[in-house]
Design a protein around this ligand. Structure first.
Ligand code: WT7
Length: 589
């Protein structure tokens, strides 16, 4: 796998290189025993019978993920194990989550929240985050998760675009919500407030102390909204990706066949529900299957992570390349101190997992991570390696049964093996986004090649049908697995008093995949200095988000732009790598 992404268009032949296989021992038992056979015969319709709504016609995620288990032998099974290794150590059964989400549903109703309304959920990774999301589902409203690292500008953009009527948050995070700029926002619900509340504030604890243990879910249709996740593109502000209730069909089946979840698993998805992995596979997939989830709060720490596997006897682990690489760089001595023998399957998501990191995880756990490729917009895993199937180390995998992903040219024609093109998916899989919130033109852009959903990734397919991800085709940056739009960072940069112009790119990095690098032209009267670089980076950190702040800043005379004013990030990438800039005939004087 090449270290740096390909930003060119289609056409250049991919270099064939020697591949190693990950061969599965004979008799590997998996929920999906024969990928090829399933691919030929599988039909999504057959999955619908796994849900009560297929018989009752009454749809609500909270019923399928929580209530029906609470009414079964699974009632007393732990759905959520939680610790933050700092004073909180808790567990919640399916019955507990039914009761608590019923109470929170009533609280929202008391605040006037109705079906279809959006509710911001801006909380650290705690049990309340999960209870709140479930409570929002119960009344048929739509949660808008906001990652806890977001600062004021990012929060304002997302709450104002979604027109959330309530935001559930905590006193320290509340300071980042610009109430005066958010006319639709009527109430804040504060988790852990002490002292007097403002007129538009309510205490989570006080609300939860009232009400009954049971609130019947608001009954919806499969086409009603489930959740909005904001994500970044190469242009403009972040966009709200709205999913529908029907997505649960996809969450359930991929969790069963790609994550290979079983009834008695203890599943650890390390993603935060602020991102789609943390909901599709931190909530919906495991819980529609009735599987126990482990959630860890607090900071990343290699010792803690391996300890978590030992302590909870984790059987299935779903994490991201950056995390695997950070564990690897912390050294072999740490995993050796822990008993990791409970693990039976591992998956990876967010960016390509390089063979070196894959092999290291296999060395210390005995299990090779399996790729899962998908996007916020796809809602569910699309291209994966499967537990029972041999795969080539470094490849992205094969399309999930019932989906068709392939590689095409600009006209939508499928390309022969080895040729680089657009990684596309045939529309119609169950978790495909319903819309881009209030932006139909943006939605249409994903279907610019007729007949296909266009991912924006480049890839090639090999002669054995494996897809190989090769990079993004646009300017979207993946840093430590998180998706950052250059425009948002550039907007934050130019708000600094010293910055005249800014252009932002992803710079290849061995641990984080890419880091954010900014090219900054200063205003008259400001001198380049290390201190100023730090000040500017800090400014982005405090206004936008720590993960979106540039780790490298280079001062330049001018940011290269086309005559129509578009930043030429291609030129910035060439400058960064010390490569020729290529054709710059469109550059302004
Ligand atoms: C982009 C989507 C949906 C889960 C989290 C990411 C990249 C994702 C892989 C993988 C190579 C990957 C792609 C994609 N990506 N998984 N297994 N191998 N690249 O969701 O934040 O919406 O980002 O992440 O570039 O387009 P996201």
């Amino acid at each position: 796998m090449p270290a740096s992404p390909d930003h060119s268009a289609t056409g250049s032949p991919a270099t064939e290189h020697a591949v190693e296989w990950e061969r599965k021992p004979k008799g590997t038992q998996a929920n999906l025993p024969d990928y090829e056979a399933a691919y030929r015969t599988f039909n999504w319709k057959d999955v619908e019978s796994a849900f009560d709504w297929s018989r009752t016609g009454k749809v609500n995620m909270v019923h399928e993920a929580i209530d029906r288990h609470a009414a079964s032998a699974k009632s007393a099974q732990v759905a959520l194990h939680y610790t933050n290794y700092d004073g909180r150590d808790e567990q919640y059964t399916f019955a507990d989550l039914k009761r608590l989400s019923s109470r929170f549903g009533q609280a929202l109703k008391a605040l006037g929240v109705r079906r279809g309304d959006r509710v911001g959920v801006f909380l650290p990774r705690t049990p309340e985050l999960y209870i709140v999301i479930l409570g929002v589902h119960r009344i048929g409203a739509i949660p808008v998760p906001l990652f806890e690292a977001f600062m004021e500008q990012a929060i304002q953009d997302r709450l104002s675009d979604s027109e959330a009527v309530v935001c559930v948050t905590s006193p320290p995070l509340k300071t980042r919500i610009p109430l005066g700029q958010l006319p639709a926002l009527r109430h804040l619900v504060l988790v852990g407030a002490s002292g007097p509340l403002a007129a538009n504030e309510a205490s989570y604890e006080a609300l939860m102390a009232q009400g009954a243990d049971w609130l019947e879910p608001e009954w919806l249709t499969v086409d009603d909204g489930l959740i909005i996740h904001y994500t970044s593109g190469s242009t403009g502000k972040s966009k709200g990706v709205l999913h529908r209730q029907y997505a649960m069909v996809g969450h359930y089946q991929t969790a069963k066949w790609a994550l290979d979840l079983r009834d008695d698993d203890r599943f650890w998805c390390t993603a935060d529900p602020g991102w789609v992995t943390g909901t599709s596979y931190g909530i919906y997939g495991p819980w529609t299957l009735g599987v126990t989830s482990i959630v860890i709060g607090g900071r990343f720490d290699p010792d803690r992570w391996f300890h978590t596997i030992q302590r909870y006897r984790v059987t299935m682990w779903y994490s991201a390349p950056t995390a695997y690489r950070m564990l690897m760089s912390a050294g072999d001595a740490i995993p050796k101190q822990y008993d990791l023998s409970s693990l039976r399957h591992i998956c990876s998501v967010g960016e390509p997992l390089n063979p070196e990191a894959l092999k290291w995880v296999k060395k210390v756990t005995g299990i090779a991570p399996h790729e899962t490729w998908w996007m916020t917009e796809t809602g569910m895993q699309i291209v994966c390696n499967y537990r029972s199937a041999d795969f080539k180390i470094g490849c992205t995998g094969k399309p999930f049964p019932g989906t068709y992903a392939t590689v095409v040219d600009d006209q939508g024609r499928e390309l022969p093996p080895g040729e680089l093109g657009h990684l596309v998916v045939k529309p119609g899989w169950p978790a495909m986004m319903k819309e881009i919130w209030r932006d139909p033109a943006k939605y249409d852009e994903y279907f610019r090649i007729p007949g296909w959903y266009v991912s924006g990734d480049s890839a090639y397919k090999d002669a054995d049908g494996f897809i190989w991800y090769q990079g993004r085709q646009d300017d979207v940056i993946k840093t430590a697995g998180e998706r950052v739009g250059p425009f948002e960072v550039e907007s934050a940069l130019v708000a600094h008093r010293a910055v005249a112009e800014a252009g932002v790119i992803g710079k290849p990095d061995p641990i984080r995949g890419h880091i954010i690098k900014a090219f900054v032209a200063l205003r008259k009267g400001f001198q380049p200095s290390e201190a100023l670089k730090q000040e500017i980076a800090e400014f982005v950190k405090t206004n936008l988000a720590a993960h979106a702040a540039p780790r490298e800043i280079a001062f330049v005379e001018k940011v290269p732009k086309t005559r129509s004013g578009k930043i030429m990030r291609r030129v910035l990438r060439a400058w960064d790598q010390g490569l020729p800039v290529g054709d710059i005939s469109t550059m302004e004087e």
